[in-house]
Design a protein. Structure first.
Length: 206
């Protein structure tokens, strides 16, 4: 019974929202708007649950002395400090909270994000080695694309920027659309599996 009720709710709501999307009407639109409000109300307590889970995770790391457990103290202290500063000091521009966000947190995020450049370089080195015809096409496309984005490419040959633009608008766009179709079909298939009760991992363990 504990599993039949959630499965029934998911199936009924899935059918209702599917009908609402393809056959919109005033009552269905009002119901959908009301549902979004309820989803927002439910999502706020879920945020507290997520924070509680994250805190428990770091407390467990500290108590068990796992690898790099000292950084959990840094996280918990920083999260508590930012929360208290935001609650009591406000989040107005120029205040302490926004200054910490703009001049401490944002640069750290940019630093972590910049590490992706090294992973991309490593992946490009492995992928662009012209061992197969496909890798050769990929290597040449990347070469013309990069040359077309810098002034040196136009200085070498005026047609390189046009080739680079064509690569972005024709083959690249076709590939992106094909990937988009695949993602859409996968989302539709997964949604149907959840609605029909075939996929039950979201219910937890048996």
């Amino acid at each position: 019974m504990k599993r039949k009720i959630p499965l029934t709710i998911v199936l009924v709501l899935g059918i209702v929202f599917l009908v609402q999307y393809f056959i919109p009407s005033k009552p269905s639109k009002e119901f959908f708007s009301q549902y979004l409000r309820w989803a927002l109300i439910i999502g706020i307590p879920a945020l507290f649950i997520a924070v509680d889970s994250l805190v428990r995770h770091h407390v467990s790391r500290i108590s068990r002395r796992k690898e790099n457990w000292q950084y959990s103290y840094v996280y918990l202290g920083s999260a508590l400090a930012m929360a208290l500063i935001g609650i009591f000091g406000g989040i107005k521009q120029g205040g302490l909270f926004m200054n910490l966000f703009n001049y401490a947190m944002a640069p750290m995020q940019a630093t972590v994000f910049s590490l992706l450049a090294f992973y991309m370089t490593s992946a490009a080195y492995r992928a662009f080695r012209a061992r197969t015809p496909e890798a050769t096409v990929l290597l040449l496309s990347a070469f013309f694309l990069m040359l077309g984005l810098i002034p040196l490419g136009a200085a070498i040959w005026k047609g390189i920027p046009a080739v680079s633009e064509w690569l972005m608008l024709v083959p690249n766009m076709a590939s992106k659309r094909a990937i988009g179709f695949g993602v859409g079909l996968g989302m539709a298939a997964t949604s149907l599996k959840i609605m029909l009760g075939i996929e039950r991992n979201w219910l937890g363990r048996e």
